[in-house]
Design a protein around this ligand. Structure first.
Ligand code: GDP
Ligand code: MG
Length: 180
């Protein structure tokens, strides 16, 4: 799939959104759940898939989100500036059952700030909220961090679909508000 497939074609807006966060927090599955309503319990780093798209309507306008996946680069701390280039939205994802992934959020925010402009719409996402029995990060901790950093916040589950569409759609709406 090339960039040109997703440009023009009667779309009123095309927004680039990046998904970042530590390895195995569920980034690829959030994306596949949103774009294709698919979940993969044994997902490995998908090589070569740069982005997927999903379209929604806002104010009678056709808005296309081009959502980028790191394709496993985050394992090597080598998410390049090209990945962030032109992004108008970002989901910063952690896993509510692994505290270390929450502790990394600050680092991902710094990297995002370095590579994108100040108007980027940002959503903090606590994924795997279906794993309540082994929760390691409270909802309150997530909320507090989001408030302190000025981020939207949502807990999601790519496994059971909780809040997945909502998280992406809220970011897309915020971008739309920023540009119109
Ligand atoms: P990524 O490295 O951040 O892209 O993470 P993946 O999407 O590859 O997911 C890593 C692992 O977590 C896989 O085994 C997924 O099946 C699992 N996973 C992803 N999302 C969820 C979720 O919402 N709930 C649960 N229980 N597992 C999930
Ligand atoms: Mg992945």
């Amino acid at each position: 799939k090339s960039m040109s497939d997703d440009e023009g074609g009667g779309v009123d807006h095309l927004f680039k959104i990046v998904v970042i966060g530590d390895s195995a927090v569920g980034k690829s599955n959030l994306l596949s759940r949103y774009a294709r309503n698919e979940f993969n319990p044994h997902s490995k780093a998908t090589i070569g898939v740069e982005f997927q798209t999903q379209t929604m309507e806002i104010d009678g306008k056709e808005v296309k989100a081009q959502i980028w996946d790191t394709a496993g680069q985050e394992r090597f701390r080598a998410v390049t500036s090209a990945y962030y280039r032109g992004a108008s939205g970002a989901l910063i994802v952690y896993d509510i059952s692994r505290r270390t992934t929450f502790d990394s959020v600050g680092r991902w925010l710094d990297e995002l700030k370095t590579h994108s402009d100040a108007t980027v719409a940002r959503m903090l996402v606590g994924n795997k909220c279906d794993l309540e029995n082994i929760r390691d990060v409270s909802v309150e901790d997530g909320k507090s961090l989001a408030e302190a950093e000025g981020l939207f916040f949502m807990e999601t589950s790519a496994l059971d679909s909780t809040n997945v569409n909502k998280a992406f759609e809220e970011v897309i709406r915020e971008i739309y508000t920023n540009v119109s």
